[in-house]
Design a protein around this ligand. Structure first.
Ligand SMILES: Cc1cc2nc3c(=O)[nH]c(=O)nc-3n(C[C@H](O)[C@H](O)[C@H](O)COP(=O)(O)OP(=O)(O)OC[C@H]3O[C@@H](n4cnc5c(N)ncnc54)[C@H](O)[C@@H]3O)c2cc1C
Length: 364
C-alpha cells in the first residue's frame, strides 16, 4: 500500500517517522512544496506531550538535546519587575531548523521530494482520493493520503471547503538574537514581559549557548502592520518596546531583521472530523491553534504518534478508513480544548492585565 504525505513540516516528518516498521513504511512518499534549504522558521517549545510522542515515534534520539531545557517561567512587567515565577517540567526550546533536520533523519525509507507542491486532488465520486495533483500537473497516486500542509492547507480547502480560519487579532514578530551573553543570563528561564494595558507582550528564551529566540505579540487592531521590509519591521519593533527592560533592547540590537518573521496568528475553527475517506488531516491543517497555547508543534507530534500506532494495526486497504475514523474520534476533543483555551488566553492578552498578574503562556 502506498502512502502520500503532503507537507514535510513537523507533522509530515513525524508521520513518516511513525510509519517506520508498519506496513506503510516501505512505500511512502512525502511531497514538500518548499525547496530544500529554504528558511524554515525560528523556534518553539517542545512540551511533555510532544516529547512523549517523540519517544514513541523515534526513541533512538534523545530529543532533550535538540535545544535547551526550559525549567522556569518568569512573568514580568514591561520594565522587568517580576510578577510571578514558577518551575516548568519537561520543556525544551528548539530551533525549528535544527529540530526539522533531526526529525528528517528519522523518516526511514520514505522518499522525500522537496520543491514538489500539491495543487489539487484527483478524487473518486465516493470522495476517496486517488492521486495528489502537483503544481506542474504531475500526479502521485496512493492508497492513503496524509495532509500535513499547515494552517493554510490547500488539501483542507479541497476536502472541507467550509472550514474556516479565525481572524488574525494578534500579530507576532518572531526572531532570533545572536547573543551568548544574553543566552547565559537567561539560562533555562523563559521570560515574558507584559504591557499592563494589555495587547503587547515580549517573550525571551535561549535555544542554545549563543542564540535567543524572541517574540513580540501585538494587538492587530491597535497596530495593524502589513508584511514590512526588514528595516520597517526593525523600526516598528524598536518603537513598540522603547523604555522596556534593557535585555529586550539588547535582544533587538543583536538581531538580523532579515531573518525575522511577521506572523498573523490564526486558529482553525474546530472541524467536525479529521478525515475524508482514505485521507486524514494532521497538525496545523487539522487544528491550527493560537501561539498562546504553545501547542502547535506538540499537537502535530501527538497526531503522528497516534495515527502511526493505529495504522500499524492495518493490514488491508479496507481497514484504512476505520483507522482514520478512530484517529479522528480520539483527537477531536483535544483540538476543541486547544481552540477554547487559545481563545481564552488571547482574550486575556488583549485586555488590561488582571491585578493578580498575567497567565503562563502555555496549555499543559
Ligand atoms: C516556515 C515556517 C516557519 C514557522 N516558524 C515557527 C516559529 O518560529 N515558531 C512557532 O511556534 N511555529 C512556527 N511555525 C509553525 C509550526 O511549525 C507549526 O505550527 C507546527 O509545527 C505544526 O506543524 P505542521 O507540520 O502541521 O505545519 P507546518 O510546520 O506549517 O508545515 C507544513 C508544511 O507543508 C508544506 N506545504 C504547504 N502547502 C503545501 C502544498 N500545497 N504542497 C506541499 N507542501 C506544502 C509547507 O511548506 C510546510 O513545510 C512555522 C511554520 C512554517 C511553515
Amino acid at each position: 500500500m502506498r502512502t502520500v504525505i503532503i507537507g514535510g513540516g513537523v507533522a509530515g516528518c513525524a508521520m513518516a517517522a511513525a510509519l517506520r516498521g508498519t506496513g506503510f513504511g516501505e512505500n511512502t512518499v512525502m511531497l514538500e512544496r518548499r525547496p530544500l534549504g529554504a528558511p524554515s522558521g525560528m523556534g518553539f517549545i517542545l512540551m511533555r506531550n510532544g516529547l512523549d510522542a517523540l519517544a514513541e515515534i523515534a526513541p533512538e534520539l534523545d530529543w532533550r538535546t535538540a535545544g535547551r531545557e526550559i525549567t522556569r517561567v518568569s512573568l514580568r512587567s514591561r520594565t522587568g519587575r517580576i510578577f510571578a515565577e514558577s518551575p516548568l517540567e519537561d520543556a525544551v526550546c528548539v530551533s525549528r531548523t535544527t529540530f526539522l533536520e533531526m526529525l528528517r533523519a528519522t523518516v526511514g525509507r520514505t522518499q522525500v521530494l522537496d520543491g514538489w507542491g500539491v495543487r489539487a486532488l484527483d478524487r473518486e465520486p465516493s470522495g476517496a482520493t486517488r492521486a495528489a495533483v502537483l503544481d506542474d500537473g504531475g500526479r502521485v497516486e496512493g492508497d492513503l493520503f496524509l495532509a500535513c500542509d499547515g494552517a493554510q492547507s490547500r488539501v483542507r480547502r479541497i476536502v472541507m471547503p467550509d472550514a474556516e480560519l479565525g481572524d488574525a487579532a494578534v500579530l507576532e514578530i518572531v526572531s532570533v538574537a545572536e547573543s551568548p551573553a544574553l543566552a547565559a543570563r537567561l539560562g533555562s528561564t523563559f521570560r515574558k514581559y507584559h504591557d499592563e494595558e494589555g495587547g503587547l507582550a515580549v517573550g525571551l528564551l535561549a535555544e542554545n549557548d549563543r542564540q535567543v529566540v524572541w517574540f513580540i505579540q501585538i494587538d492587530a487592531s491597535r497596530w495593524p502592520i502589513e508584511q514590512p521590509s526588514p528595516e520597517a519591521l526593525q523600526r516598528f519593533a524598536v518603537e513598540r518596546v522603547a523604555g522596556w527592560a534593557p535585555e529586550i533592547l539588547e535582544a533587538l540590537d543583536a538581531t538580523d531583521f532579515r531573518r525575522s518573521h511577521l506572523w498573523p496568528t490564526r486558529d482553525l475553527l474546530p472541524l467536525p472530523a479529521l478525515h475524508v475517506g482514505n485521507l486524514a488531516l494532521l497538525g496545523d491543517a487539522a487544528h491550527a491553534c493560537l501561539p498562546f497555547t504553545s501547542q502547535g508543534a506538540n499537537g502535530a507530534l501527538v497526531d503522528a504518534a497516534l495515527l502511526g500506532s493505529l495504522l500499524g494495526k492495518v493490514s488491508t486497504r479496507c481497514e484504512i478508513e476505520d483507522a482514520l475514523a478512530r484517529y479522528s474520534r480520539l483527537r477531536t476533543p483535544h483540538h476543541r480544548r486547544m481552540f477554547i483555551e487559545g481563545r481564552r488566553l488571547r482574550a486575556e492578552f488583549l485586555a488590561p492585565m488582571p491585578v493578580d498578574g498575567p497567565r503562563i503562556p502555555m496549555v499543559i
